[in-house]
Design a protein around this ligand. Structure first.
Ligand code: GTP
Ligand code: SPV
Ligand code: MN
Length: 577
């Protein structure tokens, strides 16, 4: 008798009509063959193999370069369960409408069956998925980003449940592009995009949107968070998980290199985008990184800003929508060295120095194996989290760092994060929007219930992490960042670690605890006292306006919003006087 998996594969094949069906085993030889086929088809270019061994360049369709949030839907049975912040489509309507786009969609193509595990093989926290796709680019990326192939198939044969993901490039038309999630069926349908979070279904679709639903059902958290370990000169390591919206600094913080002034500190990278957190017997939250690779933003990455990332992408990596130098090396704005006179831009067109257009797309990315990162932590099976950090990109208003008064206040701080939009999603850049816990585009259910789940987890975990908020992106009137950021963020992380250890000076402000004057080490930093004061400043007028915005945002959730969220807002208003 065919298994549930085989029945599903047959069913999909009969609808999509591929030339052939191929089951991926994840082997090196399979990967090499796929790469060769893509090079022959012109969808992959070999990069300079001397400088970038086994590295390749892919140029996606110019209309398909970022996640498309307006085409992303939660198809819960009841609309209210998707909440006011998600797009919703009724499951039956979704299956008819989008099902029609899958009809014959794989004609003339190979249908790849990609079994994969999110999380380490054998971990009790890992989960299994199967992605059906007609894109070999997706296959080779999934092989880097997940534990792909035979071990996943074995787990399914042994009875593991799996999340079904169906993906087709379709005709790549934005008019026929949909990314659908069926939370009750733990199923994903994606058509019309070959890009990143739209197409690599293990990442945002499974590990966040579907997993957030599973996490609520099973008493854990699936979060858009990096995980990093900070080892003090005395050899004590604190692990921190931080949620920043897309393209707001997670990869950079996860791979931070402490500057020379921070002698003896060592940073361990556990994950750069997603954390799955489970309460442990010790009452703490323990985090794993469900991914096996990094799908990181290329622009701005250099040996100065992120030396670990530069080392990670030197081999076995795929670059998407970056520029190309005359000697076949990847290039992007902000990479080391002088700007070359001539390049090929991300669309494959000649580019000249001084051009007003970017050579690399602002959301161009690298896909690289995590294991190649010089700072990679060996603790794949879980680390205890001392602190959660929320943050955003705010030119004004939000100070450099603050500590929440307690868990519930911290949940409020996370739920009210606002950030300027970036190139990681299609649409306008630089618009301030509420992005609770950096999960606005990734929560698979009603966010009011999600806030409730967060409040609940503070009681499930007896020793939950302390909660902080940071903003590396404050600007002066000339539009310059006033905090140096990157490695220098270590100074702020040290204050956070101090606070977790019950030390470190702090003073109360209406929005939380801020560092005492002098509590953040600024030795060796060229920064004047006025700037430091600006970074710590909390303007009551600004925050009254924030609280009003939060009121509007909370209003969207109606009676579904936990009353504690309203209480927290009332308490904030009271503290603001
Ligand atoms: P996703 O992969 O989209 O989830 O993004 P991410 O949160 O991992 O962001 P990433 O670390 O890739 O950073 C995005 C951009 O912000 C890059 O261009 C960085 O150079 C820039 N950036 C990161 N950290 C800092 C910082 O501390 N200060 C400033 N000014 N820029 C930063
Ligand atoms: C993000 O946008 O948050 C990313 C890239 O990490 S993607 O995989 O496209 O979601
Ligand atoms: Mn992300």
């Amino acid at each position: 008798m065919p298994s549930a998996l085989e029945r599903w594969i047959d069913e999909v094949a009969s609808v999509t009509g591929p030339n052939s069906v191929y089951w991926c085993d994840g082997s090196q030889s399979e990967n090499a063959r796929l790469l060769r086929e893509m090079m022959a088809a012109g969808t992959l270019l070999e990069l300079n193999q001397r400088q970038y061994p086994d590295c390749y360049l892919h140029r996606s369709d110019p209309s398909d370069v970022a996640r498309t949030e307006h085409l992303t839907f939660i198809c819960s049975r009841e609309q209210i369960d998707s909440g006011p912040t998600n797009n919703w489509m009724a499951p039956a309507e979704a299956k008819t409408k989008v099902g029609a786009l899958f009809k014959g969609a794989m004609r003339g193509r190979t249908m790849y069956v990609v079994p994969y595990i999110m999380g380490p093989v054998g971990s009790p926290f890992s989960k299994v998925g199967v992605e059906i796709t007609d894109s070999p680019y997706v296959v080779v990326n999934m092989r880097i980003m997940t534990r792909m192939g035979t071990p996943a198939l074995r787990a399914i044969e042994a009875g593991a449940e799996f999340v079904k993901g169906l993906h087709s490039l379709g005709d790549l038309s934005p008019d026929r592009r949909f990314v659908l999630h069926f939370p009750e069926e733990k199923m994903i349908w994606s058509v019309g995009s070959g890009y990143g979070g739209n197409a690599l279904l293990g990442k945002k679709c499974f590990a966040l949107r579907i997993a957030s639903v599973q996490a609520r059902e099973e008493n854990w958290l699936a979060e858009h968070m990096l995980i990093v370990g900070l080892e003090s000169p005395e050899g004590e390591t604190h692990y921190i998980a931080a949620a920043f919206p897309s393209a707001c600094g997670k990869t950079n913080l996860a791979m931070l290199i402490p500057p020379a002034s921070q002698k003896g500190w060592k940073v361990w990278t556990v994950g750069d985008d997603i954390a799955w957190l489970h309460p442990g017997a010790d009452g703490r939250l323990w985090a794993i990184n469900p991914e096996a690779g990094f799908f990181g933003v290329a622009p701005g990455t250099s040996t100065k800003t992120n030396r670990n990332a530069m080392a990670t992408v030197q081999a076995n990596s795929i670059f998407t929508n970056v520029g190309l130098t005359e000697d076949n090396c990847p290039w992007w704005e902000g990479i080391d060295g002088p700007v070359p006179e001539r390049l090929t831009d991300w669309r494959g067109r000649p580019w000249q120095k001084g051009s007003t257009e970017k050579a690399a797309h602002p959301n161009s990315r690298f896909t690289a194996p995590a294991i190649q990162c010089p700072s990679i932590s060996p603790k794949f099976n879980g680390v205890p989290i001392s602190a959660f950090i929320f943050g955003g990109r705010r030119a004004r208003v939000a100070p450099l760092v603050l500590e929440a008064f307690n868990w519930n206040h911290g949940v409020f701080v996370g739920a009210t994060v606002a950030s300027e939009t970036t190139a990681a999603q299609s649409g306008a850049v630089g618009v301030v929007r509420r992005d609770p816990m950096a999960m606005l585009p990734f929560c698979g259910y009603n966010m009011a219930d999600y806030f409730g789940h967060w409040l609940h987890m503070g009681t499930v975990a007896r020793r939950p992490p302390k909660i902080f908020h940071v903003n590396w992106f404050r600007q002066n009137d000339e539009g310059r960042f006033i905090w140096p950021g990157f490695g220098e963020n270590m100074r702020v992380l040290r204050w956070i670690v101090e606070r977790c250890a019950g030390r470190g000076g702090a003073v109360e402000s209406p929005i939380g605890l801020v560092p005492d004057k002098g509590a953040i080490d600024t030795q060796g930093l060229e920064i004047d006292t006025q700037t430091l004061d600006d970074l710590r400043a909390v303007s009551k007028d600004d925050w009254r306006a924030e609280a009003a915005g939060v009121g509007d945002f909370f209003g969207k959730f109606g009676s579904r919003l936990p009353s504690e969220m309203r209480n927290q807002r009332a308490a904030l208003l009271a503290r603001l006087g």
